[in-house]
Design a protein around this ligand. Structure first.
Ligand code: XUL
Ligand code: CO
Length: 438
């Protein structure tokens, strides 16, 4: 018998909204068809390796509080193997179709990059075998370009070209292993690509470096025939004072500047949006409106503070609006919902990982059901369509088609003595409708 890391937990069943057990899904019924697709195919939810297997409860004031059997005993490589066993047991018990990882979450660094790559290859063999055995798939892989001291001044935006080269080597390897494991996306989060003080920072220079780095990643993806989607994950700050990929609009401008807008999409994270002073639904709507919606990291912040607390999502209202945008954009494509979320420091037990994910998955499922209801009911969308109806023919169409210049528009108004009247936006009525339907 192989060792069990969650011995008291069975595979999480679906019990429906009236279910009594704490560890059961109430809304997430993987096979139920909603808005034309199985719930499982909408959510495509993923457990992340770094918070769920790697985080031990430490914060900036205190040491680790979690005792994880897979993190103790043996040497680093045998711990990495036990961690993989614990990970796949957790994925299976949750019925998680996907997982995500950074290169350094799964295997330890060695004394040289060659040794580190060798460690990674050996653990990737283990992951490949576990994936084949359980059917769990890889939503995305990524490289940790922020923890090691060599990246203190950034990776691609580092003033030292040798650090840029090291980061490039690390991403090449992480893309190789993501490709080998059939990853459906590859994520680039800026980590320390930003600045702590402008006194030592050349913004133009660092942008050129970042643009070049992303181009190298795109070229390599095509070279190896990786068909997954490349995703940049916006975040405004933390760990640096200001990060270049601060929000969806900033990344969009950057992609346009470097001609990468057809190659890279966005991985939108809830708590990163709120850190930027925006809302999750704003970021999703911006991404969708610019054909950049790729995938999502679902978590939440705490309205009482401004940190990246990465809590498990529990607001069905927030996620209803998110799904409302995602469904209208045609779904997440190769993306999914990654639980980039961690337990609170006092949630000590491995079993807490199950409670956290069950709640998160159910909140996603509830949001999905409510959003589908909103769209199927149709009144909100009908009102919005009606609001713009003037643009589909006559004057509006001609303007958009470039058939009217300023002179002509001026004559149009003067000749007809136009006096357009403002119309109600019906905000309160729409909000009432939202509350009534959800
Ligand atoms: C950090 C964060 C990362 C990325 C992957 O805030 O969200 O975990 O998702 O590097
Ligand atoms: Co994230």
């Amino acid at each position: 018998m192989s060792e069990s890391f969650f011995p008291d937990v069975q595979r999480i069943p679906f019990e429906g909204p009236d279910g009594e057990s704490a560890l059961a899904y109430r809304y997430y019924d993987a096979e139920r068809v909603v808005f034309g697709k199985r719930m499982a195919d909408h959510l495509r939810f993923a457990v992340c390796y770094w918070h769920s297997l790697g985080y031990l409860g430490q914060d900036m004031f205190g040491a680790a509080t979690f005792e994880r059997p897979w993190e103790s005993g043996g040497d680093e490589m045998s711990r990495a193997r036990r961690k993989a066993a614990a990970a796949f047991e957790l994925f299976a018990k949750l019925g998680a179709p996907y997982f995500t990882f950074h290169d350094r979450d799964v295997a330890p660094e060695g004394a040289t990059l060659a040794e580190t790559n060798g460690n990674l290859d050996r653990i990737v063999d283990v992951l490949a075998a576990e994936m084949a055995r359980t059917g769990t798939k890889l939503l995305w892989g990524t490289a940790n370009l922020f923890s090691h001291p060599r990246y203190a001044a950034g990776a691609a935006s580092n003033p030292d070209p040798e650090v840029f080269a090291y980061a490039a080597a690390q991403v090449k390897k992480a893309l190789d292993v993501t490709h080998r494991l059939g990853g459906e996306n590859y994520v680039l989060w800026g980590g320390r690509e930003g600045y702590d003080t402008l006194l030592n920072t050349d913004l133009r220079q660092e942008a050129e470096q970042l643009g070049r780095f992303l181009r190298l990643v795109v070229d390599y993806k095509h070279k190896i025939g990786f068909e997954g989607t490349l995703l940049v994950e916006p975040k405004p700050m933390e760990p640096t004072k200001h990060q270049y990929d601060r929000d969806a609009a900033a990344v969009h401008a950057f992609l346009l500047r470097y001609g990468l807008e057809k190659e890279i999409r966005l991985n939108v994270e809830v708590n990163h949006a709120t850190l930027a002073g925006l809302s999750f639904v704003h970021e999703l709507a911006y991404a969708a409106a610019n054909d950049l919606l790729g995938s999502v990291d679902v978590n939440r912040g705490d309205p009482q503070n401004g940190w990246d607390t990465d809590q498990f999502p529990n607001s069905a209202e927030e996620l209803t609006l998110a799904w409302w945008v995602i469904l209208q954009a045609g779904g997440l494509g190769t993306g999914g919902c990654n639980f980039d979320a961690k337990l609170r420091r006092q949630s000590l037990d491995p079993e807490d990982l199950l409670h956290a994910h069950v709640g998160g998955v159910d909140t996603l499922a509830r949001g999905l059901l409510q959003a589908a209801r909103l769209i199927e009911e149709g009144r909100i969308d009908a009102l919005r369509r009606e609001r713009y109806a003037g643009w589909s023919s006559g004057l509006g169409r001609d303007v958009l088609d470039g058939k009217r210049n300023l002179d002509e528009l001026s004559s149009f108004v003067l000749e007809r003595n136009l006096e357009p009247r403002p119309r109600s936006g019906r905000q309160e009525m729409l909000e009432n409708l939202l509350n009534r339907l959800c």
